[in-house]
Write a protein that binds this ligand. Structure first.
Ligand code: NAD
Ligand code: ZN
Length: 377
Protein backbone atom coordinates (compact mmCIF):
# COMPACT_ATOMS: atom_id res chain seq x y z
CA UNK A 1 0.00 0.00 0.00
CA UNK A 2 1.29 3.43 -0.96
CA UNK A 3 0.36 4.80 2.47
CA UNK A 4 2.19 2.16 4.56
CA UNK A 5 4.76 3.67 6.92
CA UNK A 6 3.51 7.22 6.29
CA UNK A 7 1.27 9.54 8.26
CA UNK A 8 -2.25 9.48 6.77
CA UNK A 9 -4.31 12.65 6.74
CA UNK A 10 -8.01 11.84 6.78
CA UNK A 11 -11.46 12.98 7.89
CA UNK A 12 -12.66 12.36 11.41
CA UNK A 13 -15.40 13.67 13.68
CA UNK A 14 -13.61 15.20 16.68
CA UNK A 15 -15.32 15.73 20.03
CA UNK A 16 -13.32 18.74 21.26
CA UNK A 17 -15.32 19.05 24.48
CA UNK A 18 -18.25 17.46 26.31
CA UNK A 19 -21.83 18.52 25.50
CA UNK A 20 -20.90 20.05 22.15
CA UNK A 21 -21.48 18.89 18.57
CA UNK A 22 -18.67 16.88 16.97
CA UNK A 23 -16.57 18.79 14.42
CA UNK A 24 -15.48 17.35 11.08
CA UNK A 25 -11.69 17.79 10.96
CA UNK A 26 -8.67 16.64 9.04
CA UNK A 27 -6.60 14.57 11.46
CA UNK A 28 -3.17 12.95 11.15
CA UNK A 29 -3.02 9.21 11.83
CA UNK A 30 0.49 7.97 12.59
CA UNK A 31 1.75 4.64 11.21
CA UNK A 32 1.15 1.60 13.41
CA UNK A 33 3.90 0.84 15.93
CA UNK A 34 5.04 -2.53 17.31
CA UNK A 35 2.03 -4.86 17.52
CA UNK A 36 -0.39 -2.33 16.06
CA UNK A 37 -2.65 -2.33 13.02
CA UNK A 38 -3.83 0.65 10.98
CA UNK A 39 -7.39 0.14 9.78
CA UNK A 40 -9.44 1.87 7.11
CA UNK A 41 -12.85 2.12 8.74
CA UNK A 42 -15.68 1.26 6.35
CA UNK A 43 -18.76 1.53 8.57
CA UNK A 44 -19.65 2.17 12.19
CA UNK A 45 -22.71 2.13 14.40
CA UNK A 46 -23.49 4.85 16.94
CA UNK A 47 -23.98 3.37 20.42
CA UNK A 48 -25.41 4.88 23.56
CA UNK A 49 -21.97 4.62 25.19
CA UNK A 50 -20.69 7.25 22.71
CA UNK A 51 -23.50 9.53 23.86
CA UNK A 52 -22.78 8.66 27.49
CA UNK A 53 -19.20 9.88 27.17
CA UNK A 54 -20.23 13.03 25.31
CA UNK A 55 -23.14 14.06 27.52
CA UNK A 56 -23.35 12.11 30.77
CA UNK A 57 -19.92 10.97 31.96
CA UNK A 58 -18.76 12.86 35.04
CA UNK A 59 -15.02 12.84 34.29
CA UNK A 60 -14.41 15.51 31.67
CA UNK A 61 -10.70 14.77 31.06
CA UNK A 62 -11.44 12.33 28.24
CA UNK A 63 -11.39 15.10 25.57
CA UNK A 64 -10.58 15.98 22.83
CA UNK A 65 -11.37 12.55 21.45
CA UNK A 66 -12.68 10.68 18.45
CA UNK A 67 -15.71 8.65 19.53
CA UNK A 68 -17.03 5.46 17.91
CA UNK A 69 -16.46 1.87 18.98
CA UNK A 70 -18.86 -0.20 16.87
CA UNK A 71 -17.02 -0.32 13.55
CA UNK A 72 -15.69 -2.60 10.87
CA UNK A 73 -13.00 -2.04 8.28
CA UNK A 74 -10.05 -3.28 6.30
CA UNK A 75 -6.40 -3.50 7.38
CA UNK A 76 -4.34 -0.77 5.65
CA UNK A 77 -0.94 -1.66 7.13
CA UNK A 78 0.55 -3.47 10.10
CA UNK A 79 3.34 -2.54 12.50
CA UNK A 80 6.45 -4.60 13.33
CA UNK A 81 5.74 -7.95 14.96
CA UNK A 82 2.22 -8.35 13.59
CA UNK A 83 1.93 -11.74 11.92
CA UNK A 84 -1.77 -12.64 12.18
CA UNK A 85 -3.02 -9.74 10.03
CA UNK A 86 -2.15 -8.45 6.57
CA UNK A 87 -3.32 -5.51 4.45
CA UNK A 88 -6.76 -6.19 3.00
CA UNK A 89 -8.01 -8.37 5.88
CA UNK A 90 -11.54 -7.55 7.04
CA UNK A 91 -11.59 -6.73 10.74
CA UNK A 92 -13.72 -5.55 13.65
CA UNK A 93 -12.07 -3.30 16.26
CA UNK A 94 -12.68 -4.43 19.85
CA UNK A 95 -13.21 -2.04 22.73
CA UNK A 96 -12.39 -4.94 25.04
CA UNK A 97 -9.10 -6.62 24.17
CA UNK A 98 -8.09 -10.26 24.48
CA UNK A 99 -4.33 -10.48 24.92
CA UNK A 100 -4.47 -14.21 25.58
CA UNK A 101 -1.63 -13.94 28.12
CA UNK A 102 -3.00 -12.29 31.27
CA UNK A 103 -4.55 -14.31 34.09
CA UNK A 104 -8.02 -13.11 33.08
CA UNK A 105 -7.61 -14.18 29.46
CA UNK A 106 -6.33 -17.57 30.66
CA UNK A 107 -9.36 -18.05 32.91
CA UNK A 108 -12.49 -19.37 31.17
CA UNK A 109 -14.75 -17.58 33.68
CA UNK A 110 -14.20 -14.05 32.38
CA UNK A 111 -13.46 -11.81 29.40
CA UNK A 112 -11.93 -9.00 31.48
CA UNK A 113 -8.55 -8.80 29.70
CA UNK A 114 -6.05 -6.96 31.88
CA UNK A 115 -4.42 -5.22 28.92
CA UNK A 116 -7.55 -3.33 27.94
CA UNK A 117 -7.59 0.49 28.33
CA UNK A 118 -10.45 -0.04 30.78
CA UNK A 119 -8.15 -1.69 33.33
CA UNK A 120 -6.29 1.55 34.00
CA UNK A 121 -8.06 4.43 32.30
CA UNK A 122 -11.69 3.71 32.97
CA UNK A 123 -12.26 7.33 34.04
CA UNK A 124 -11.31 8.89 30.71
CA UNK A 125 -12.50 5.89 28.65
CA UNK A 126 -9.32 5.76 26.58
CA UNK A 127 -5.61 5.05 26.83
CA UNK A 128 -3.70 8.37 27.02
CA UNK A 129 -1.35 7.04 24.31
CA UNK A 130 -2.75 7.94 20.89
CA UNK A 131 -1.79 7.85 17.21
CA UNK A 132 -4.07 10.80 16.37
CA UNK A 133 -3.23 14.49 16.17
CA UNK A 134 -5.28 17.42 14.95
CA UNK A 135 -4.25 21.08 14.76
CA UNK A 136 -1.03 20.18 16.59
CA UNK A 137 -2.83 18.55 19.52
CA UNK A 138 -3.01 14.88 20.51
CA UNK A 139 -6.57 13.54 20.18
CA UNK A 140 -7.61 10.63 22.42
CA UNK A 141 -8.85 7.36 20.96
CA UNK A 142 -12.15 6.69 22.71
CA UNK A 143 -12.37 3.09 24.00
CA UNK A 144 -9.16 2.36 22.09
CA UNK A 145 -11.13 2.21 18.84
CA UNK A 146 -12.22 5.66 17.51
CA UNK A 147 -14.29 4.49 14.56
CA UNK A 148 -15.73 7.96 13.71
CA UNK A 149 -12.59 8.37 11.59
CA UNK A 150 -11.57 7.16 8.14
CA UNK A 151 -8.46 5.55 9.65
CA UNK A 152 -7.58 4.35 13.12
CA UNK A 153 -4.66 2.51 14.75
CA UNK A 154 -5.39 -0.31 17.17
CA UNK A 155 -3.29 -2.83 19.05
CA UNK A 156 -3.60 -6.30 17.54
CA UNK A 157 -4.95 -7.67 20.85
CA UNK A 158 -8.07 -5.55 20.21
CA UNK A 159 -8.80 -6.50 16.60
CA UNK A 160 -10.80 -9.50 15.35
CA UNK A 161 -10.21 -10.88 11.87
CA UNK A 162 -13.47 -11.87 10.18
CA UNK A 163 -14.47 -13.75 7.01
CA UNK A 164 -13.88 -12.01 3.67
CA UNK A 165 -17.49 -12.04 2.53
CA UNK A 166 -18.91 -10.38 5.68
CA UNK A 167 -20.91 -7.20 4.92
CA UNK A 168 -19.02 -4.61 6.97
CA UNK A 169 -21.96 -2.18 7.12
CA UNK A 170 -23.89 -4.76 9.15
CA UNK A 171 -21.38 -6.88 11.05
CA UNK A 172 -19.93 -3.69 12.54
CA UNK A 173 -22.79 -3.98 15.05
CA UNK A 174 -21.04 -7.02 16.53
CA UNK A 175 -18.28 -4.71 17.76
CA UNK A 176 -20.50 -3.63 20.62
CA UNK A 177 -24.27 -3.46 21.07
CA UNK A 178 -25.47 -6.72 19.62
CA UNK A 179 -22.69 -8.90 21.01
CA UNK A 180 -23.20 -7.17 24.37
CA UNK A 181 -26.93 -7.76 24.72
CA UNK A 182 -26.92 -11.20 23.14
CA UNK A 183 -24.02 -12.43 25.27
CA UNK A 184 -25.47 -10.94 28.45
CA UNK A 185 -28.41 -13.33 27.98
CA UNK A 186 -26.69 -16.45 26.68
CA UNK A 187 -23.39 -16.18 28.60
CA UNK A 188 -23.73 -14.02 31.70
CA UNK A 189 -27.34 -14.73 32.67
CA UNK A 190 -27.11 -18.25 31.27
CA UNK A 191 -30.78 -18.21 30.23
CA UNK A 192 -32.15 -21.76 30.27
CA UNK A 193 -34.79 -23.44 28.05
CA UNK A 194 -38.35 -22.85 29.25
CA UNK A 195 -37.39 -19.95 31.53
CA UNK A 196 -39.21 -16.64 32.01
CA UNK A 197 -37.15 -13.53 31.26
CA UNK A 198 -37.56 -9.75 31.43
CA UNK A 199 -35.48 -7.26 29.49
CA UNK A 200 -35.54 -3.62 30.65
CA UNK A 201 -34.71 -1.10 27.92
CA UNK A 202 -35.18 -1.99 24.26
CA UNK A 203 -32.44 -0.13 22.43
CA UNK A 204 -30.12 -2.26 20.34
CA UNK A 205 -28.53 -3.76 23.46
CA UNK A 206 -31.89 -4.72 24.99
CA UNK A 207 -33.30 -6.06 21.72
CA UNK A 208 -30.17 -8.18 21.34
CA UNK A 209 -30.73 -9.45 24.89
CA UNK A 210 -34.29 -10.40 23.85
CA UNK A 211 -32.79 -12.27 20.87
CA UNK A 212 -30.38 -14.06 23.24
CA UNK A 213 -33.23 -15.10 25.58
CA UNK A 214 -35.18 -16.41 22.59
CA UNK A 215 -32.22 -18.35 21.14
CA UNK A 216 -31.56 -19.85 24.58
CA UNK A 217 -35.11 -21.21 24.61
CA UNK A 218 -36.93 -18.88 27.04
CA UNK A 219 -40.69 -19.52 27.06
CA UNK A 220 -41.72 -15.97 28.00
CA UNK A 221 -39.80 -12.79 27.35
CA UNK A 222 -41.20 -9.62 28.93
CA UNK A 223 -40.05 -6.52 27.08
CA UNK A 224 -40.09 -3.45 29.35
CA UNK A 225 -39.65 0.08 28.01
CA UNK A 226 -41.15 3.53 28.52
CA UNK A 227 -41.27 3.95 24.73
CA UNK A 228 -44.13 1.75 23.51
CA UNK A 229 -43.26 2.38 19.86
CA UNK A 230 -40.46 -0.11 20.23
CA UNK A 231 -42.70 -3.05 21.19
CA UNK A 232 -43.49 -4.07 17.59
CA UNK A 233 -39.77 -4.29 16.92
CA UNK A 234 -39.20 -6.36 20.08
CA UNK A 235 -41.67 -8.96 18.75
CA UNK A 236 -39.37 -9.58 15.78
CA UNK A 237 -36.59 -10.59 18.18
CA UNK A 238 -38.83 -12.88 20.21
CA UNK A 239 -40.45 -10.81 22.96
CA UNK A 240 -43.80 -12.30 24.02
CA UNK A 241 -45.16 -9.76 26.54
CA UNK A 242 -44.86 -5.95 26.67
CA UNK A 243 -44.89 -3.59 29.64
CA UNK A 244 -44.63 0.19 29.90
CA UNK A 245 -43.79 1.03 33.55
CA UNK A 246 -45.47 4.43 33.10
CA UNK A 247 -48.81 2.78 32.39
CA UNK A 248 -49.06 1.33 35.94
CA UNK A 249 -49.56 3.03 39.26
CA UNK A 250 -47.49 0.45 41.11
CA UNK A 251 -43.87 -0.65 40.69
CA UNK A 252 -43.33 -2.73 37.57
CA UNK A 253 -41.53 -5.36 39.71
CA UNK A 254 -44.87 -5.96 41.50
CA UNK A 255 -46.69 -6.21 38.18
CA UNK A 256 -44.16 -8.74 36.93
CA UNK A 257 -44.28 -10.69 40.17
CA UNK A 258 -48.07 -11.01 39.92
CA UNK A 259 -47.93 -12.02 36.26
CA UNK A 260 -45.28 -14.71 36.86
CA UNK A 261 -46.19 -16.15 40.29
CA UNK A 262 -43.27 -14.61 42.15
CA UNK A 263 -40.95 -13.08 39.58
CA UNK A 264 -38.91 -13.86 36.50
CA UNK A 265 -36.05 -16.36 36.31
CA UNK A 266 -33.75 -13.91 34.51
CA UNK A 267 -33.80 -10.12 34.17
CA UNK A 268 -31.46 -7.91 32.19
CA UNK A 269 -31.04 -4.15 32.69
CA UNK A 270 -30.15 -2.55 29.34
CA UNK A 271 -30.84 1.11 30.14
CA UNK A 272 -27.94 2.36 32.28
CA UNK A 273 -30.19 3.70 35.07
CA UNK A 274 -29.51 2.69 38.68
CA UNK A 275 -33.21 2.79 39.60
CA UNK A 276 -34.00 0.40 36.77
CA UNK A 277 -31.12 -1.83 37.92
CA UNK A 278 -32.80 -2.10 41.31
CA UNK A 279 -36.19 -2.75 39.72
CA UNK A 280 -34.72 -5.48 37.52
CA UNK A 281 -33.30 -7.22 40.61
CA UNK A 282 -36.61 -6.86 42.46
CA UNK A 283 -38.42 -8.39 39.47
CA UNK A 284 -36.55 -11.69 39.86
CA UNK A 285 -37.93 -14.68 41.67
CA UNK A 286 -36.40 -15.54 45.05
CA UNK A 287 -34.34 -18.71 45.33
CA UNK A 288 -32.79 -18.69 41.87
CA UNK A 289 -33.53 -15.43 40.03
CA UNK A 290 -30.55 -13.91 38.22
CA UNK A 291 -30.36 -10.23 37.31
CA UNK A 292 -27.68 -8.88 34.98
CA UNK A 293 -26.51 -5.26 34.70
CA UNK A 294 -25.68 -4.36 31.13
CA UNK A 295 -26.49 -0.64 31.00
CA UNK A 296 -23.46 1.54 31.51
CA UNK A 297 -23.24 4.25 34.15
CA UNK A 298 -20.59 5.53 36.47
CA UNK A 299 -22.53 8.56 37.61
CA UNK A 300 -24.52 7.14 40.52
CA UNK A 301 -24.20 4.27 43.00
CA UNK A 302 -27.00 1.73 43.13
CA UNK A 303 -28.78 0.40 46.17
CA UNK A 304 -31.04 -2.48 47.06
CA UNK A 305 -32.37 -4.19 50.19
CA UNK A 306 -29.97 -6.95 51.33
CA UNK A 307 -32.91 -9.39 51.59
CA UNK A 308 -33.04 -9.31 47.81
CA UNK A 309 -29.76 -11.24 47.74
CA UNK A 310 -30.17 -13.08 51.03
CA UNK A 311 -33.29 -14.66 49.57
CA UNK A 312 -31.16 -16.38 46.98
CA UNK A 313 -31.12 -14.04 44.00
CA UNK A 314 -27.90 -13.37 42.10
CA UNK A 315 -26.93 -9.89 40.88
CA UNK A 316 -24.19 -9.74 38.28
CA UNK A 317 -22.83 -7.55 35.51
CA UNK A 318 -21.70 -8.10 31.98
CA UNK A 319 -19.13 -6.33 29.82
CA UNK A 320 -19.30 -7.10 26.12
CA UNK A 321 -21.75 -9.89 26.83
CA UNK A 322 -19.10 -11.94 28.60
CA UNK A 323 -17.60 -12.83 25.21
CA UNK A 324 -13.84 -13.28 24.96
CA UNK A 325 -13.68 -10.72 22.21
CA UNK A 326 -11.06 -11.84 19.71
CA UNK A 327 -12.20 -15.48 19.81
CA UNK A 328 -15.92 -14.80 19.75
CA UNK A 329 -16.54 -11.95 17.31
CA UNK A 330 -15.45 -13.97 14.22
CA UNK A 331 -17.87 -16.72 15.31
CA UNK A 332 -20.69 -14.23 15.81
CA UNK A 333 -20.08 -12.95 12.28
CA UNK A 334 -20.52 -16.53 11.04
CA UNK A 335 -23.67 -16.88 13.18
CA UNK A 336 -25.07 -13.86 11.34
CA UNK A 337 -24.06 -15.20 7.93
CA UNK A 338 -25.80 -18.52 8.65
CA UNK A 339 -28.95 -16.87 10.02
CA UNK A 340 -28.52 -17.87 13.67
CA UNK A 341 -28.57 -14.24 14.79
CA UNK A 342 -30.21 -11.17 13.25
CA UNK A 343 -28.43 -7.89 12.51
CA UNK A 344 -30.30 -6.18 9.66
CA UNK A 345 -33.41 -5.72 11.81
CA UNK A 346 -31.50 -3.44 14.22
CA UNK A 347 -30.60 -0.94 11.51
CA UNK A 348 -33.13 1.88 11.25
CA UNK A 349 -30.97 4.58 9.62
CA UNK A 350 -27.94 4.97 7.37
CA UNK A 351 -25.92 8.18 7.10
CA UNK A 352 -22.52 9.56 6.16
CA UNK A 353 -19.78 10.48 8.65
CA UNK A 354 -20.61 14.17 8.02
CA UNK A 355 -24.09 13.52 9.42
CA UNK A 356 -22.78 12.12 12.71
CA UNK A 357 -24.40 14.88 14.79
CA UNK A 358 -27.77 14.09 13.22
CA UNK A 359 -27.22 10.43 14.11
CA UNK A 360 -26.41 11.38 17.70
CA UNK A 361 -29.56 13.51 17.92
CA UNK A 362 -31.63 10.66 16.48
CA UNK A 363 -30.32 8.29 19.18
CA UNK A 364 -31.72 10.68 21.78
CA UNK A 365 -35.22 10.63 20.31
CA UNK A 366 -35.88 6.90 20.54
CA UNK A 367 -36.83 6.70 16.82
CA UNK A 368 -33.47 5.16 16.09
CA UNK A 369 -32.27 1.74 17.16
CA UNK A 370 -29.03 1.76 15.23
CA UNK A 371 -27.79 4.26 12.68
CA UNK A 372 -24.93 3.04 10.51
CA UNK A 373 -22.45 5.67 9.36
CA UNK A 374 -20.78 4.84 6.06
CA UNK A 375 -17.23 6.05 6.56
CA UNK A 376 -15.46 4.98 3.37
CA UNK A 377 -15.97 2.69 0.37
P1 NAD B 1 -30.47 3.17 23.82
O1 NAD B 1 -30.42 4.55 24.36
O2 NAD B 1 -30.63 2.96 22.36
O3 NAD B 1 -31.65 2.32 24.52
C1 NAD B 1 -32.09 2.52 25.84
C2 NAD B 1 -33.57 2.13 25.94
O4 NAD B 1 -33.96 2.22 27.32
C3 NAD B 1 -34.51 3.05 25.15
O5 NAD B 1 -35.40 2.27 24.35
C4 NAD B 1 -35.28 3.80 26.25
O6 NAD B 1 -36.61 4.15 25.87
C5 NAD B 1 -35.27 2.80 27.38
N1 NAD B 1 -35.48 3.37 28.70
C6 NAD B 1 -35.06 4.56 29.18
N2 NAD B 1 -35.46 4.74 30.47
C7 NAD B 1 -36.15 3.61 30.80
C8 NAD B 1 -36.81 3.17 32.00
N3 NAD B 1 -36.85 3.94 33.09
N4 NAD B 1 -37.40 1.95 31.98
C9 NAD B 1 -37.39 1.17 30.87
N5 NAD B 1 -36.77 1.54 29.72
C10 NAD B 1 -36.17 2.74 29.69
O7 NAD B 1 -29.14 2.46 24.34
P2 NAD B 1 -28.30 1.18 23.82
O8 NAD B 1 -27.33 1.62 22.78
O9 NAD B 1 -29.23 0.06 23.56
O10 NAD B 1 -27.45 0.90 25.15
C11 NAD B 1 -28.12 0.52 26.34
C12 NAD B 1 -27.18 0.61 27.53
O11 NAD B 1 -26.15 -0.37 27.42
C13 NAD B 1 -26.46 1.95 27.65
O12 NAD B 1 -26.37 2.28 29.03
C14 NAD B 1 -25.09 1.65 27.09
O13 NAD B 1 -24.11 2.56 27.58
C15 NAD B 1 -24.89 0.26 27.65
N6 NAD B 1 -23.86 -0.55 27.03
C16 NAD B 1 -23.19 -1.41 27.86
C17 NAD B 1 -22.21 -2.24 27.34
C18 NAD B 1 -21.54 -3.25 28.21
O14 NAD B 1 -20.59 -3.90 27.75
N7 NAD B 1 -21.98 -3.45 29.44
C19 NAD B 1 -21.90 -2.18 25.99
C20 NAD B 1 -22.65 -1.31 25.17
C21 NAD B 1 -23.61 -0.51 25.70
ZN1 ZN C 1 -21.24 0.40 22.60
Amino acid sequence: MATAGKVIKCRAAVAWEPNAPLMMEEIEVAPPQEGEIRIKVVATGVCHTDLYHLFEGKDKRGFPTVLGHEGAGVVESVGPGVTDFKPGDKVIPLFLSQCGECKFCKCPKTNMCDCSWSSNYHDIMSDPTTRFTCRGQPILQFMGTSTFSEYTVINQIAVAKIVDDAPLDRVCLLGCGIATGYGAAVNTAGVTPGSVCAVFGLGAVGLAAVMGCKNAGASHIFAVDINEQIFEKAKIFGATDFLNPKAYNKPISEVLSEMTSGGVDFSLECVGNTEVMRTALESCIKGWGVSVLVGWTDVKDFSAKPIQLISGKTWKGSLFGGFKSKDSVPNLVCDYMTGKIKLDEFITHKMSLEQVNDAINLMKTGDCIRCILNISK
